[in-house]
Design a protein around this ligand. Structure first.
Ligand code: FES
Ligand code: FES
Length: 174
């Protein structure tokens, strides 16, 4: 006579040789079953549900996918996600403190610098980078800093105004 049914056991996890982890906005995120050739932009948007970095050219030409890798501004479409496992990744989603926008984000809104909005996450990230590195940029430095961020809507006038507003407010605040 055979034994009664054995007690069900948990299935043994199958090792996932392609899995890796990324540190994003201070949190560790697992990336299971990924193709190791995927860009950081693709992994953030399509695998981890972080759509802040935008996908436009995928060739490092438009700046819409800008984020920080170990504090350095990069185009995430040109970075392999699997190469960033030891890096600190900071995306536009991590800039605001909950509902409290950064001064740069607020200035873009106040200046009416947002139209379709597609380029804005990249621009906001780039402007934060500029003002952290160069707190009192002149107009040429501002234009140079955002020259890699393409906007098809605004004509840049209100974007430049927003940057100037933040610069002036920070300067006044000491
Ligand atoms: S999508 Fe990365 S630079 Fe355009
Ligand atoms: S606001 Fe539309 S592309 Fe910049």
């Amino acid at each position: 006579m055979s034994d009664p049914d054995p007690t069900p056991t948990e299935p043994t996890p199958v090792p996932d040789p392609e899995a890796y982890e990324l540190t994003i906005n201070g949190r560790t995120r697992s990336v299971p079953s990924a193709w190791l050739g995927e860009s950081l932009l693709y992994v953030l948007r399509e695998r981890l549900g972080l759509p802040g970095a935008k996908n436009a050219c995928e060739q490092g030409e438009c700046g819409s996918c800008s984020l920080f890798l170990d504090g350095v501004l990069v185009n995430s479409c040109c970075v392999l996600a699997a190469d960033a496992t030891d890096a600190r990744i900071d995306t536009v989603e991590g800039l605001a403190d909950g509902d409290q926008l950064t001064d740069v984000q607020q200035a873009f809104l106040d200046a009416g610098a947002v139209q379709c909005g597609f380029c804005i996450p990249g621009l906001i990230t780039t402007v934060h980078d500029l003002l952290d590195r160069t707190p009192t940029p002149d107009q040429l430095e501002v234009r140079e800093a955002i020259s890699g961020n393409l906007c098809r809507c605004t004509g840049y006038g209100r974007i430049l105004q927003a940057v100037e507003d933040v610069r002036a407010r920070r300067e006044a605040a000491g």
